[in-house]
Ligand binder design. Structure first.
Ligand code: BTN
Length: 325
């Protein structure tokens, strides 16, 4: 983003109306050029309102992600485990950046955050809609030295920790959908994408990618029902949310290798939105119908099919309520 556009954004960040000349003075641009700058903000998904006689305002204001603010919110334990905070305005994908950082070496504790992603990655090759300045897109790198089987259930445990943070903030109706969707009253609030690198039998690095809709613009075209934190918590701070997530996530990762998923199984099941419901598991062209009965100690789904239970593993499958398929 160009400096002049950033200056216009800073001027409007308080969410109040500002006249054209006020914006022009703050950004060092002529009155004639202001509309071009405002259009750039609109193009990246920000909600700019113009009212005759009042001027322009950014609906809901704008709180930039700030390294200092995030650092201030970290617990002593967490801060000691975060080695770098890499903050971007625009990026392809924070997960892609984190994988590149792993390839460069010494990435344990690396945190990548961005105000927007041009190619945000979702599960199963899907696109994660990532407009500027509204949400949280973060990727954190951790290293495990006991092989990939130590990681069983990790994405579900991450979901539990994120859900706990949201519940502690006061959100009502937070639930989890296997394998790693975070829901708010049945609509998608966030998603988790883990990517792995290294030796599956030895030292491996994991990128924990978390996308959370905080203040998603209501005009965004998203192909499924979605929710935002701001529906219930209008003035929520993204910086505080990021610190809150890290304060739970990072210490959990530090002990996950020895504790594993079993300590999360009951917690995950207590948040499971589809427990006891008829569901369909889709994998490529095949589908299996059954009843969701919670998860096994390795994080696979317990699916009751013709009175027989069988495990369903994450990866490329997706789960739907039977009535929705
Ligand atoms: C899903 O499909 O539910 C998973 C979505 C994960 C999105 C996050 S946003 C931050 C990180 N970077 C990415 O490109 N994807 C993850």
């Amino acid at each position: 983003m160009k400096q002049s556009t950033l200056l216009v954004l800073n001027c409007l960040a308080d969410g109040c109306f500002h006249s054209g000349s006020e914006i022009g003075d703050a950004a060092g641009v002529s009155r004639a050029a202001i509309w071009k700058q405002l259009q750039k903000l609109i193009d990246i998904g920000l909600d700019v309102e113009s009212v005759k006689g009042k001027g322009y305002r950014l609906v809901g204001g704008f709180e930039p992600l700030e390294r200092c603010s995030i650092q201030r919110g970290l617990s002593v334990e967490c801060a000691a485990l975060v080695s770098e905070i890499d903050l971007h305005a625009e990026i392809e994908s924070t997960n892609v950046n984190a994988m590149k950082r792993i390839a460069a070496g010494n990435a344990k504790g690396y945190l990548c955050l961005s105000e927007s992603q041009s190619s945000g990655k979702g599960r199963r090759g899907r696109h994660w809609v990532s407009p500027f300045g509204h949400n949280i897109y973060l990727s954190f790198v951790w290293e495990f030295d006991g092989g990939a089987n130590q990681l069983e259930g990790l994405s579900l445990a991450v979901g539990v920790e994120v859900a706990k943070v949201l519940i502690a903030c006061g959100l009502q109706g937070v639930a989890l959908k296997w394998p790693n969707d975070i829901l708010l009253n049945g609509r998608k609030l966030g998603g988790i994408l883990l990517e792995m690198s290294g030796d599956p039998a030895g030292v491996c690095q994991v990128v924990i990618g978390i996308g959370l809709n905080v203040r998603m613009n209501k005009n965004m075209a998203i192909d499924q029902p979605w929710a935002s934190v701001s529906e219930q918590l209008a003035s929520v701070s993204r910086n505080k949310l990021v610190s809150g997530v890290l304060n739970r996530l990072v210490p959990m990762l530090n002990t996950y290798g020895s504790l594993g998923f079993s300590s999360y199984q009951a917690l995950w099941e207590s948040l499971d939105v589809y427990r006891g419901k008829k569901v369909t598991i889709l994998s490529g062209n095949t589908s299996i119908k059954g009843v969701a009965c919670g998860v096994y100690a390795n994080g696979s789904l317990r699916l009751l099919v013709n009175e027989e239970e069988r495990p369903i593993y994450g990866g490329e499958v997706s789960l739907r309520l039977e009535d929705d398929t």
